[in-house]
Structures are given as C-alpha cells and as structure tokens.
Design a protein around this ligand. Structure first.
Ligand code: C5P
Length: 253
C-alpha cells in the first residue's frame, strides 16, 4: 500500500491527504507545546484523549446545528474531516478572566467578565500570533465582513453549547480557542468550525475546587496533565470509570 501524503505537520496534529477528494485525515499527536514552541514535551496518551474529546464535542455541536469540518473518527488517533480553507485567525472566547487577558489588562485571574468577550489573533508563528482587531481582519482580507459576522454568530452559539455541556459535568468553561474554515460545495461557500476542541484549546476549571483541568497544567508545571484530560473525558462519558474507551454512539445517546 502506498504511503499517504502528509499535507501539514503542526504542533499537536498532522494532516494527511484523505481517502476521497476533499477529505483530510487529522492525526492527534502526544506532543505538547506552549509559549510559541519554547516549551515542549510528549504527554503519553494526550492525542488519544483529544481525538475522543474533540469527536464527542464536534458530534454534539453538529446535532445542535453548528456546521463543522468533522466527518467521523477513524481510529484511536485519527479522524476524517472535510478539507476547508483555513481562515488565519484564532478566535478566542472568554467567560472568566484568565491567561493573556489578565497579563494584558491587569485583571485578577478568576474574575467573572461582565459578558463574554471575543478576541482574534492572527495565526502567524513568526509573530507569536498577535492580537488583531476586526478592522485588521477585514482590511487585510483575512475574512470578509460577512465571514466575520458568521464567525461571531457561530462562536456565540458554540460558547452557549459548551458552557452548558461542561457545567452539566461540574466543569466551568473559562475560555477557549476556535478556528474556522471555508467549505466549498459547488458554487456555495460556508463557514464551518475546523481544527479541534479539547483541553489543549480550552480552559476548564472544576466548578467545586477550581482545579485546572486543561493545558495550563502543562504551561504552569502543575503536573498530572494527562490525568486531568482523562478526568474531563471520564466526566463527559467518553471513557468509562476504568479508563476504557466506550463506544461513542453509546455515549451520544
Ligand atoms: O493565552 P490566552 O489566555 O490568550 O488563551 C486563551 C484561550 O485560547 C485558552 O483556552 C488557550 O488554551 C487557547 N489558546 C489556544 N491556542 C493558542 C492560544 C490560545 O488554544 N495558540
């Protein structure tokens, strides 16, 4: 069998050409990076957990009517997704002050925000993904005003869905990062959610103890990173108490 073609290798994922035109295989690595690649580690099992958690969330979002690139999970580390034209933005949605918002504005971590705040970063590693405004986005044509309206509307709906989903299992959704792409179907184009949603891209705090259950455990050397991701997966019902992975169809019923 011919070796499949690698399209792109990112920090936590590899993209391969999919089996049919217009599809891509997204492979979840165990690698973790932070601070624009300055901190690196391999966290055994992280890729498997993120593949499962992201699958669970993408299926839930699709059932709630949110368009995504997700088609189906293929195996422990891979999922089949639609090929999209990635919009070069990291769309960050915040419910509680944490991370770079606190550093930038001098707000204490954990402060409830008066309302959810959406921020945009331009995806450019060499520049450290700088914060940009809607004016930059439309002036430089990274997204049209219509694209941006769709992105905002989808982000608000995703925030509502995820906030409720996590609250139901005792987890507070502090903030998260989304990526969007343009999906072309004949003459039509629509904006869909792309990439992944996992503890790598969200801040998740235990509602009772305020314990961090996300990538901040790695960024801040708090230890037990995969244990925290496993606990998120367990609470969502993606894996059973024993740690064995359950049938996703069972979980989604
Ligand atoms: O670092 P900052 O506070 O701006 O991060 C906000 C949210 O976006 C966090 O949940 C973080 O995990 C996520 N993020 C990400 N990838 C980046 C930057 C931030 O997933 N490159």
């Amino acid at each position: 069998m011919a070796r499949r073609k690698m399209i792109y290798e990112g920090k936590a994922k590899i993209l391969y050409e999919g089996p049919e035109p217009g599809t891509i295989v997204q492979y979840f690595k165990d690698d973790a990076t932070a601070f624009n690649n300055q901190k690196k580690a391999t966290l055994e099992g992280k890729g498997v957990l993120n593949n499962r958690i992201s699958e669970f969330i993408m299926i839930g979002l699709m059932r709630a009517g949110i368009p995504t690139h997700f088609i189906r999970r293929l195996n422990m580390r891979e999922q089949l997704v639609r090929q999209v034209e990635i919009i070069p933005l990291e769309v960050i949605c915040r419910n509680v002050a944490a991370g770079s918002l606190c550093t930038r504005l001098g707000i204490e971590e954990g402060t409830a925000l008066p309302r959810s705040i959406i921020e945009y970063c331009y995806k450019k590693d060499e520049l450290g993904d700088p914060l940009v405004t809607e004016d930059h986005i439309t002036a430089f044509n990274w997204a049209s005003p219509q694209d941006l309206d769709d992105i905002i509307a989808l982000t608000v709906r995703i925030n509502d869905f995820l906030t409720g989903m996590f609250a139901a299992v005792g987890i507070q959704l502090v903030d998260f990062k989304l990526e969007f792409g343009r999906l072309y179907e004949g003459d039509m184009m629509r904006i869909v959610l792309a990439d992944e949603i996992s503890p790598d891209s969200c801040r998740l705090w235990d509602i009772e103890t305020q314990e961090k259950m996300d990538k901040d455990r790695f960024r801040r050397d708090l230890g037990n990173v995969t244990e925290a991701y496993t606990e998120v997966a367990r609470r969502l019902g993606v894996i059973k108490e024993s740690g064995t992975v359950t049938n996703i169809e069972e979980v989604m019923k």
